[in-house]
Design a protein around this ligand. Structure first.
Ligand SMILES: [Cu+2]
Length: 329
């Protein structure tokens, strides 16, 4: 029984209930979603996760202490609106794990030296390179089931394409609060417009006052990057969150979307999944401010600059003054 409307069965019409029966033959991690008006129904979040555990010992499936499931999904919800925009193809604004976005995602918790499995399935419309700090993992399973042990290698990021599932496993050997996130920088942000100009370096002094005569609430942003947004305390419409947010022990984490933490602690009960709070670093385990002299900025290659190649090499190098051309189109 598969369920594709029109192909294998009559579509499930509103108010109707259909029964599916199948034997969970293969252990693994699977996903399900409608194939009826698929674009609309998936844009509105209709999807789910299915895990079949092996009945008996399986040579390619090892016992783990913790087993996490993350279903990647995404929504385009205009701030203040209640209905996701179903026409969006790629430029979604809320990137979610199990329909939750940072800072609303609970941390993944592990006891030191626990063997941890994380199953990550992707039912969004783009790929997500999932990255974990502090540990190296192996991909021990795909949508097709467990991988052969001799086929595995260490990674810190695994790309999960559309419709794929990757099951990763690692030993939580290092205590700490380790960031875990999609490596696409726009996917660890919350609602933002992408069609605005870059304002970095623009001197807007004077302009703001003039524009405020016409638009009293006008303000500039982005002239030092986007992190200033974390300090803005303007009221937000419903159904959205600040672009970058999340309070850490040392200030704003400046993240959103597909971001959470792997929290590894030695003093944790085997079945304790509660948030242990912030990690207390032992002395000498944190970066510290440098107050000494800084080298002068090298602005161009000049004789005496250590980056300069010896004259003999320069003579043979094919340096040409090329007028920069603008690419069109
Ligand atoms: Cu992503």
């Amino acid at each position: 029984m598969d369920g594709v409307a029109g192909l294998n069965q009559v579509a499930v019409h509103p108010g109707k209930t259909f029964v599916y029966e199948f034997e969970a033959k293969r252990p693994g991690t699977f996903m399900y979603h409608p194939h009826a008006d698929e674009m609309t129904q998936m844009a509105m979040g209709m999807m789910g996760f299915w895990v079949t555990h092996p009945k008996n010992e399986h040579p390619w499936i090892s016992a783990v202490d913790r087993d996490y499931c993350i279903l990647l999904n995404a929504f385009d919800i205009v701030p203040g609106s209640e209905t996701p925009n179903i026409m969006t193809m790629l430029d979604f604004n809320l990137w979610a794990w199990n329909s939750r976005i940072f800072p609303g995602i609970a941390p993944l918790v592990a006891r030191k030296n626990d063997r941890v499995r994380v199953r990550v399935g992707n039912l969004t419309m783009t790929n997500h390179p999932i990255h974990v700090h502090g540990i190296e993992f192996e991909v021990t399973g795909t949508d097709g089931g467990p991988t052969r042990p001799e086929s595995r290698w260490k990674e810190v990021t695994t790309d999960i394409a559309v419709g794929q599932m990757r099951q990763i496993e690692f030993l939580a050997e290092e205590e700490g609060d380790w960031a875990m996130h999609c490596h696409k920088s726009h996917h660890s942000m919350n609602a933002m417009g992408h069609d605005v100009p870059t304002m970095i370096g623009v001197d807007h002094r004077g302009i703001t006052e003039k524009i405020r005569k016409l638009v009293p609430d006008y303000m500039v942003m982005g002239e030092r990057g986007m992190a200033d947004m974390t300090e803005m305390t303007m009221p937000l419409p419903d159904n959205t969150l600040p672009m970058m947010t999340g309070d850490g022990p040392y200030g704003s984490v400046e993240m959103g979307g597909m971001f959470s933490m792997l929290k590894v602690r030695a003093d944790l009960a085997p079945d304790d999944y509660s948030d242990p709070g912030w990690y207390k670093h032992p002395e000498g385990h944190q970066a510290y401010e440098y107050n000494g002299d800084l080298p002068e900025l090298s602005r161009q290659l000049t004789p005496g600059n250590s980056l300069m190649a010896p004259k003999s090499q320069l003579a043979s190098a094919h340096f040409k003054a090329v007028k920069p051309t603008r690419h069109k189109g």
